[in-house]
Write a protein that binds this ligand. Structure first.
Ligand code: SF4
Ligand code: SF4
Length: 112
């Protein structure tokens, strides 16, 4: 099947993909946390990163290769990309269900 070439979209660290689905490495390392956001996901203050791929992890290159880090964002239409910030509470849960949504006015007030 022929497919149209798709322009590669860089990762902006919005966290959507990891919050929506913990990858198999995250599940293997934290089988007790299947109902939570992956414990390896870290907010730096400006973006999300994966601790498994941090420079001080000897296996960082392995994880980067296996998870195709740098290969482009596969969820490039998700709305979180336009507003990269820490996601907590109801927003985080909405990501896990695969249907991110804007915060309700009350939730927006709670966030501030
Ligand atoms: S959804 Fe895309 S931009 Fe957001 S963290 Fe995942 S790869 Fe990066
Ligand atoms: S933070 Fe790392 S280990 Fe967790 S789901 Fe994302 S890529 Fe996988």
């Amino acid at each position: 099947m022929l497919r149209k070439p798709v322009e590669k979209q860089s990762c902006v660290g919005c966290g959507y993909c990891c919050i929506r689905n913990t990858c198999s490495f995250g599940v293997a390392k934290h089988p007790q946390d299947l109902d939570k956001t992956c414990p390896e996901l870290s907010w730096t203050g400006t973006r999300y990163t994966c601790k498994l791929m941090a420079a001080d992890n000897k296996l960082a290159d392995f994880y980067r290769r296996e998870l195709q880090a740098g290969g482009g964002c596969r969820s490039f239409n998700n709305p979180w990309r336009q507003d990269v910030r820490k996601r907590e509470g109801p927003e985080n849960l909405s990501g896990r269900s695969g249907t991110p949504r804007p915060l309700t006015p009350d939730e927006e007030l709670d966030r501030k």
